[in-house]
Write a new protein. Structure first.
Length: 509
């Protein structure tokens, strides 16, 4: 080691678009809505069916009776946004200086007139008194939302609440005796169950398609804080966003939200927010105008086979704590970096995503029991949840004077590090509390590069020993007597563990 979150929307890691139509087609957990008074009655009287999902006979048949029953519950949503004048930008502003503090020293560009815009999507009636659920990206930014009912009526809707973290929103119309959909228990879904998707693709009118559940608990990298999608091959296209995914009895099992596509149209992979999550979010939005979620203050990651081996774990189940926010409920309870959370209130934790959902389901101020593994030993830690807010999620990192030592023969050979200097800290937007060694260069042929280390990452620990400077990183690297080194990194806004395996470099030579 040397020192020195409709126009179509694309996603980097895999081509994807949201199945919405905004402007000429111009965006069981339980992270959901929680009342601060858990015993309160649900804010909306949703029609829930306690029976198992009906998988239906395998022989071919007609779904016409199902469609006739559920189609009136699915509505078309038309949105409009007025023309607006927005401040122009000045291309003469140097990079890094486009901030209100500096804009006063530069002449602003001319104001820009944005044209009026129209959007199209779908929604589902969830209560007889006019509550309708849809996707947040369908109605976001709209000045007017119009609901077209199955009987031909067009009603102006009021936005009740939005939850960008799940892409769910609730609107309400002034009407009575509406045909509300029945909710099914989405936790009982199984891969292979037959489903129908109902919505208004391309604005051509209500359309029904059929397919099966292709996968459950799908994370698609759409930039949402909570992703637990039901995946289906029922055809979903732009305009279907906010529409219903139902079982063969017409009961709601999901709200169609997105498609993964290279062409912009249906390619066999549709994603729906499961009905259990929808109902929980709806309750919070209607009752409180927002979704209240529990918060512990830990950054967690999945346990890979390599990490399980390095940490001496028997299997990969659980969530590895990579960061404990100072002053958070987790810190006060005694959780530490490197702990593996295996159960929350007795419920097993399969991975980091599931931990987020489980904690989010617990109302703020509640006592929660966490079963953990630390240094190979099981222990139970009791914590009290706080409310998950933007302020609670905000972290605070740092830099030292110089970095002078080197160790080209260490397990981290090919990695160049430096102390964290204030200008670099500001440039990389590092939290004030962060201490470590900044990676400035990584040899592409090194084992560290194969493990995913990149310039800009900050080494926080080496083999569970804290790193506060570049010199310390070099010294700990030199002391490592194993071909495999466990690192804790701050990388692109998150904290994670990685294993650098020198044998991968040797096997490639």
């Amino acid at each position: 080691m040397n020192t020195n979150h409709l126009p179509t929307r694309s996603f980097n890691r895999r081509p994807a678009i949201l199945a919405a139509c905004v402007v000429a087609f111009a965006g069981a957990f339980a992270a959901g809505a929680q009342s601060t008074k858990p015993g309160n009655k649900a804010a909306v009287d949703l029609r829930r069916d306690p029976r198992d999902v009906n998988r239906g006979p395998l022989e071919s048949g007609s779904f016409s009776s199902v469609v006739k029953r559920v189609a009136p519950s699915v509505v078309k949503i038309t949105t409009s946004t007025k023309a607006k004048r927005v401040a122009g930008t000045n291309p003469a502003i140097p990079p890094g200086f486009d901030h209100p503090m500096f804009r006063q020293f530069f002449n602003p560009g001319p104001a820009i007139q944005t044209p009026p815009q129209n959007g199209l999507g779908s929604g589902v009636i969830i209560s007889v008194d006019g509550y309708i659920v849809t996707n947040n990206h369908v109605i976001q930014g709209a000045d007017e939302v119009v609901i077209s009912l199955d009987d031909g009526r067009e009603l102006i809707a009021k936005v009740v609440g939005r939850d960008p973290q799940t892409d769910i929103a609730v609107v309400k119309v002034d009407a009575k005796e509406l045909p509300a959909v029945m909710f099914a228990d989405s936790s009982r879904l199984e891969v292979g169950d037959r489903v129908l998707a109902i919505g208004n693709p391309f604005g051509i009118g209500e359309t029904v398609t059929t397919g099966i559940v292709s996968a459950k608990g799908r994370r698609a990298g759409l930039g949402l804080a909570y992703e637990d999608f039901v995946q289906t091959d029922a055809a979903i296209n732009p305009g279907n966003s906010g529409g219903a995914l139902v079982d063969v009895e017409g009961r709601l099992i999901g709200i169609n939200t997105a498609i993964l596509s290279r062409s912009g149209g249906f390619q066999g992979v549709g994603l729906a927010v499961p009905s259990n999550l929808v109902s929980q979010v709806v309750d919070g939005l209607v009752r409180d105008g927002k979704v209240v979620r529990g918060f512990l203050g830990v950054g967690a990651q999945d346990v890979t086979p390599t990490l399980a081996e390095s940490l001496g774990l028997k299997d990969r189940r659980g969530a590895l704590v990579a960061d404990v926010q100072p002053g958070s409920p987790a810190a006060k309870a005694g959780l530490r970096n490197g702990d593996v959370i295996t159960r929350v209130n007795g419920e097993p934790v399969e991975d980091a995503n599931r931990l987020t959902f489980q904690v989010g389901a617990i109302p703020p101020g509640s006592t929660v029991e966490l079963e953990t593994i630390r240094d190979g030993e099981s222990r139970t830690i009791t914590a009290t949840t706080a409310e998950r807010t933007a302020a609670a999620l905000r972290g605070d990192s740092s830099v030292g004077p110089e970095a002078l030592a080197s160790n080209d023969d260490g397990v981290l050979s090919g990695v160049t590090v430096d102390d964290l200097q204030p200008p670099v800290r500001n440039q990389l937007n590092l939290p004030a509390r962060l201490k470590g060694a900044l990676i400035t260069e990584v040899d592409p042929a090194s084992a560290a590069a194969k493990a995913g280390l990149r310039p800009g990452d900050v080494i926080l620990e080496i083999n569970r020993q804290p790193v506060t400077s570049a010199r310390e990183a070099v010294e700990l690297s030199a002391k490592a007597d194993s071909k495999k080194t466990l690192l804790r990194l701050f990388s692109r806004g998150t904290t994670r563990f990685v294993v650098v395996d020198e044998t991968t470099k040797e096997s490639a030579q």
